[in-house]
Write a protein that binds this ligand. Sequence first.
Ligand code: SF4
Ligand SMILES: [Mg+2]
Length: 442
Amino acid sequence: MNTTDQCSYMTHGAVMPFCKGCGHSNILKKLNDALGLLQLDPHDVCLVTDIGCIGLADALFDKVHTVHTTHGRSTGFATGIAVADKVLASGKLKTIVLIGDGGSMIGLLHIVNAALMNVDVTVIVANNFLFGMTGGQTSSLTPEHFNTITSPFGSMNPSLDICQIADASKAGFIARKTATDKDLTETISEAITFNGFAIVEVLELCTEHGTKRNEIKGNMLAKMAEDEGHEIGVIKNSHARPEFSKKYETDVHSHKGDIKPHKYISPQFNHDLRSPNEIIISGSAGERVQSTAAMFTEAALMCGLHVTQKNDNPVTQGSGFSLSEVIISPQEINFTGVSSADYVVVVSENGLKEIQGQDIFNRINEKTIFIIDETLTIEKKGLNLVVLPLRRLCGSDKAAVGAFDYVIRKFEPFPHEPFKQLLAKRFGEYGKIFKEEFYNLF
Ligand code: SF4
Ligand SMILES: [Mg+2]
């Protein structure tokens, strides 16, 4: 049955933009026929195209939804579209990916992941054994001995069996066909109907780069694949696994009652802050720098302030420096980094090295207050320096805690009470957290 004329999903009068004899034309006609065969409402179809010649398909299908994506990522986009439709909308959308062999290799993990999820997406891999649009380079689906511009003596590697990869990824519907197969329309329509992940690899010719370099014709493609040990036909059609949205319903919905609501911090105190305060604190990993910055921001939230916190530490996490940039403000904050610090707090040698390395001195102003531990020395002249015995009186693991406590008590950006409450909750009675001398510093 050819529905191209009677029930076409294609743009009226569309001219195939491909080179003469290119297999893409055939694949798209068969796709159009498959949609017609299924009598799908065009609004229930979404074509997601990749980069490459096959990506030109968008312009040819003006009745259905089309999304043109980045190279190799079309299956990732399609997965998102299909999940959103199933979980949030009507769930009727049939999402179809058109991708070349090159794109399918660039984004192979998206295909693997979509198959593992068993999301309702059909991936049609237009496999002409090379990157057509960019000049005919080898892809991982290029058969061994196949001649391309980058393998002029024939590809030295065997081709990857993408259907086997799909099988290993537990895809439910897997087929390998050729573009001239008479029943390609039926196979594509079966794949689209399949409720779950389906992949159809269609072997075809790039007449611009493939046939010019290789003695090959359309009727040789199936044999060529078989010679490489690749199965032809509908390889798998199994509904053994539930489609993603069914699993979502049972797995996620059944745990709905277990999901803890996000902690909401409601203002319980007032503040007199008129303008933003920007604070950089720098110390050593494992000495509660970032967690105390978080307590400070929580206390500010309890006073109705806006806050941001941006942390920095080496990838090793547990060693070296630990730094936080904190902003508290009576107004909304649109940028999370400190650009002109009101306070720079340095509580350890690692912290000092880091602020020197990051050139924090370019992010201070003439009023910036530097609070440093008494064990540290800053050579730079003209700083408003406050030297405190933080490590001696608070301990190395609470020097940052003491520093924030000092900032709140001394400069009063907001009331001390919420921070005191948080400290008591975390460390026990407030008056016993630090050495007595610390409480008398002011
Ligand atoms: S370059 Fe190859 S894949 Fe691209 S349109 Fe021409 S024949 Fe088709
Ligand atoms: Mg290709």
